[in-house]
Ligand binder design. Sequence first.
Ligand SMILES: [Zn+2]
Length: 283
Amino acid sequence: MTTTRRAATPPLSTTPREPSALAPWRFLRCLLDLLVPACCAGCGVAGVSWCPDCHGAFGRPHPVHRPPLVRGPEAYAVGAYEGVARSAVLAYKERGRRDLADPLGAALAAALPLLPRAGPARDGVWWLVPVPSRGAAARRRGGDHVRRLATRCAAHLALSGRPAVVASGLRLARGVVDAVGLDAAGRVANLAGRVRPRPGGLPPPGTPVVLLDDVITTGATAAAGVAALRSVGVPVAAVLALVSAGGPGRRGRGGCDAAGGARSLPSGGRGVGRRGDTRGSLR
Ligand SMILES: [Zn+2]
């Protein structure tokens, strides 16, 4: 399913660049990073943005079962929304730690070849589609954080000999509100009909893609993305997220043995995330 061919060119992106304008506090954050070395977003150790010990919070992909995805492709996460993994996601998403895009993207890239049904297209290229963010949220964060993750993921795939393309083939229509505080039904209703294909950002019809997300909570966002892509003939082979909030779900089918992977969750990747505390998991 994978190719050993090294990418001849850097990963491509079929999407517009991220907004270049930074909010003042983000500029200060960047300036501070130049003056003071970063500290680990998980444990606070100085000198690195994400230390090897904390990187153990992300490991082999584990299945995530959510009702909205019951008819969709299999969904996976490489960690749980708790402990240092949660700290990293929040720091990256809500506290301006863009430097974490690289190690988090690397964690996704390491997991992709382990997904049982995911693989590259016939030409050996992996196609990655990030879930879309609300425009207001992306502007507040200084860019689309999942797309940035996908771009770093593609770069790490290429370094391992797996050329990859990031295709921002989805967008959110107007009317989607911040999902903080919404229950599962509310999140589904919030997104109903509002996750749409983005013309010009899609891969050719029939090209298998992996849908990338940062946090799977209820599965509503991923399910809406899968449906939108299917509507234009783009099959989603798998959904892959950094973390799952609320545990793996009820249909505990073990891990990735079908792909030769382990059944156990990574260190720090067990347990149940705090429900209702998924700030940053929301579009
Ligand atoms: Zn650390």
